[in-house]
Design a protein around this ligand. Structure first.
Ligand code: ADP
Ligand code: MG
Ligand code: MG
Length: 199
């Protein structure tokens, strides 16, 4: 079973890898965006870390809804409301149970990803974070390592796609040949689940 500590470790591991990869994420956002994705998420996940320390939420659902709220209120770009919705919706779906099973987490994440698609209007293949998140959620039944591999593959598979949502879509065919920054950061979020499970 996964308790609030697991979810705190998930957010902490995400914050750490966003810090590590911030320059890379911003570099990916340079040719097909406005070169701020790394700094946007760094600001957001630093706020998540601070809020979790201050408020110490006691359930999995409360950890994720607090994290989602912080992302929405501190990240200016498109990714803030989208990641915020992902975590908030996932947290809401977990309710107020003190511990949840991996299958419940998979189901909750599915509703979070559905929330991102409803908010942003992106479908798989549009060269967005959805291209990492959907395969990850599909693979989650096979465990965190499988989900991580699926997310990483999904992020790399955005390279030949033409963007149909977000800033990159303004470039039309010139968006082809670049890996989507949001899909790349989504793969970090999913990879952090495996780290959280290792304790
Ligand atoms: P901004 O584009 O406002 O500068 P960021 O650079 O932080 O925001 O985030 C860009 C990422 O957001 C993109 O790489 C893409 O993955 C994701 N994104 C943008 N628009 C959408 C959307 N409508 N649906 C899903 N993801 C989106
Ligand atoms: Mg940007
Ligand atoms: Mg921006």
């Amino acid at each position: 079973m996964l308790d609030a500590d697991f979810f705190r470790r998930w957010m902490a591991a995400t914050a750490a890898s966003v810090d590590r990869e911030a320059e890379h994420l911003t570099a990916l956002d340079s040719p097909i965006g406005d070169a701020d994705h790394g700094s946007n998420l760094q600001r957001g996940f630093r706020a998540v870390t601070a809020a979790l320390e201050k408020e110490a939420p006691g359930t999995p659902g409360a950890v994720l809804t607090l994290a989602g709220r912080q992302l929405i209120s501190t990240v200016g770009g498109a990714s803030g409301p989208l990641y915020g919705t992902l975590l908030r919706r996932t947290g809401k779906a977990l309710g107020d149970a003190p511990e949840v099973g991996a299958d419940q987490l998979a189901e909750a994440l599915r509703s979070g990803v559905d929330g991102v698609m409803a908010l942003g209007g992106a479908a798989p293949g549009d060269k967005t974070m959805i291209d990492a998140l959907v395969p990850a959620v599909d693979a989650l039944a096979d465990g965190f390592a499988a989900a991580r591999a699926a997310a990483e593959e999904g992020a790399v598979a955005t390279i030949p796609l033409q963007a149909r949502k977000g800033r990159a879509s303004y470039l039309g065919a010139r968006s082809i040949g670049h890996q989507d920054p949001g899909a790349t950061s989504s793969a970090l979020l999913i990879a952090a689940l495996e780290e959280a499970a290792e304790g």
